[in-house]
Design a protein around this ligand. Structure first.
Ligand code: NAP
Length: 339
C-alpha cells in the first residue's frame, strides 16, 4: 500500500462501471481494492493487465475474493483497508432477470447494502460512501426526472434499489455519514453484456456486417431511454465523493432516444440500414416497463461541474467500432477528462 495514497474499495469491480472506475482511479493514483467473486472474469483480467502495464497508472490494484452478501468479508475488508472512499457498484443489475429472481435481487441490491452500511458504522472509520442508485426507481414518473421526482418502481430491481437509496439518505441525514447516491440513467459501453439492448444491437450489427447473421429481433422499439457513455458516469461518481457535502445526484445524458433510434445509429455506423435487418418480436416485449426515462442532471452540472458529452449517436458508434474490430483488449476511454 502506497503511503498517503488514497484508498478506494470498489464492489462489483469486474462489472462495466466497476472496471472503468478502477481504471480511472488507478490513473489518479489511488490504491484500488476490488471485491470480486471470480478471478477468472475476462474484464477483471484485463484490468489487472492495465494496472500492471500502463505507463499512466500511478496507483495499485488489489483484489479481494468475496460476495457482497458475506458480512464478515465486507467488515474485515473495511477494517483492514480503511478505505477513504467506498463505491458500492455490485448488484444484480438486470431488470428483466429481477422478475425471475426477485429474492436474489433483494438480497444483493437491498439487504447487502444494509449490511455494508452497518459495517461502515461498526468499523468506526471515516470514509466517503457512494451507492449506485438507478433511474429505474422513477418507474412511471413523468420525465424529465430529477433528484426530487417521486419514485414509482416497476420491477423487483427498482424496488430493491429504492429501498437501498432510502437507507443511504437515512445514513447521511440521521447519522451524519458522508453518503452519496448517484441516480444513474442508462449508461453503456463495449463492456455492456448482450443481455442489454444496446450491446445486443451493436453486437448484431457486427455479425450482420461480417455476413454471419441477417436479422436482429427486438421487442418494443418505441421505448424511450436516456443513454450515455459509461466512462463519463464513473467520473461523475468520483466527483460526487470529492465535493465538500454529500448529496443525491442524477447522472444522465439528458437526451431522449428510442430503441429504434439507437438501432438506426448503430446500423448506420456500419454503413447499413436498420430497416433491412430489424424484426419486431412480441415475445421480447416486457410486461412492465418504463415507457420513457429521461433525466435532468442540472444538480450534477451545477454542483459537480459534471455533464455527459458523448451523444447517443457517438455512443452507438463507439460500441459498433469495438464489436467490428474483434479486438477484446481493454479499452481506455478517449476522454479529455481522463488524461
Ligand atoms: P454490472 O456490469 O452488471 O456489474 C455488476 C457487478 O456486480 C458485477 O461485477 C457482478 O459480479 C457484481 N456482483 C453481483 N452480485 C454480486 C455479489 N453478490 N457479490 C459481489 N459482487 C456481485 O453493472 P454496471 O452496469 O457496472 O452497474 C454498476 C451499478 O450501477 C449497479 O449497481 C447497477 O445496478 C447500477 N446502475 C447501472 C446503470 C447502467 O446503465 N449501467 C444504471 C443505473 C444503475 P459477477 O460478475 O460476479 O456477477
Amino acid at each position: 500500500m502506497g503511503q498517503n495514497r488514497r484508498r478506494a474499495f470498489i464492489t462489483g469491480i469486474n462489472g462495466q462501471d466497476g472496471s472503468y472506475l478502477a481504471q480511472l482511479l488507478l490513473l489518479k493514483g489511488y490504491d484500488v481494492y476490488g471485491l470480486t467473486r471470480s478471478r477468472r472474469d475476462r474484464t477483471l483480467q484485463q484490468i489487472e493487465l492495465f494496472a500492471a502495464g500502463n505507463d499512466g497508472v500511478r496507483g495499485g490494484l488489489h483484489l479481494i475474493d468475496g460476495d457482497l452478501r458475506d458480512r464478515n468479508t465486507v467488515l474485515k475488508t473495511i477494517e483492514d483497508v480503511a478505505p477513504t472512499e467506498i463505491y458500492n457498484l455490485a448488484s444484480q443489475s438486470n431488470v428483466a432477470r429481477s422478475f425471475s429472481e426477485p429474492e436474489l435481487t433483494h438480497e444483493v441490491n437491498y439487504l447487502a447494502v444494509s449490511q455494508l452500511i452497518d459495517a461502515i458504522r461498526a468499523s468506526g472509520i471515516h470514509t466517503r460512501f457512494f451507492q449506485a442508485s438507478s433511474s429505474e426507481m422513477f418507474g412511471l414518473t413523468k420525465p424529465p426526472q430529477n433528484e426530487d421526482s417521486p419514485f414509482m418502481p416497476q420491477s423487483p430491481y427498482a424496488v430493491a434499489k429504492t429501498g437501498a437509496h432510502v437507507q443511504v439518505k437515512e445514513m447521511r441525514e440521521s447519522f451524519g455519514l458522508f453518503a452519496v447516491s448517484g441516480i444513474a440513467f442508462n449508461h453503456e459501453s463495449p463492456r455492456r453484456p448482450e443481455a442489454f439492448v444496446t450491446r445486443k444491437i451493436s453486437s448484431a450489427v457486427a455479425s450482420i456486417s461480417r455476413g454471419q447473421a441477417e436479422t436482429l429481433h427486438l421487442g418494443n422499439i418505441e421505448a424511450v431511454r436516456d443513454w450515455g457513455y459509461a466512462p463519463e458516469y464513473v467520473e461523475g461518481m468520483w466527483r460526487s465523493l470529492q465535493h465538500d457535502e454529500p448529496n443525491d445526484y442524477v447522472f444522465a445524458s439528458e437526451q431522449s432516444h428510442t430503441v429504434r433510434d439507437f438501432a438506426q445509429f448503430a446500423f448506420a455506423a456500419a454503413g447499413l440500414d436498420w430497416r433491412d435487418h430489424v424484426v419486431h418480436d412480441d415475445n421480447l416485449e416486457r410486461a412492465h416497463d418504463m415507457k420513457a426515462s429521461v433525466g435532468d442532471a442540472s444538480r450534477a452540472r451545477q454542483v459537480l461541474g459534471w455533464s455527459a458529452t458523448v451523444t447517443t449517436q457517438e455512443l452507438a458508434g463507439i460500441m459498433v467500432d469495438y464489436d467490428l474490430s474483434g479486438n477484446d483488449e481493454v479499452d481506455v476511454p478517449r476522454l479529455d477528462s481522463w488524461s
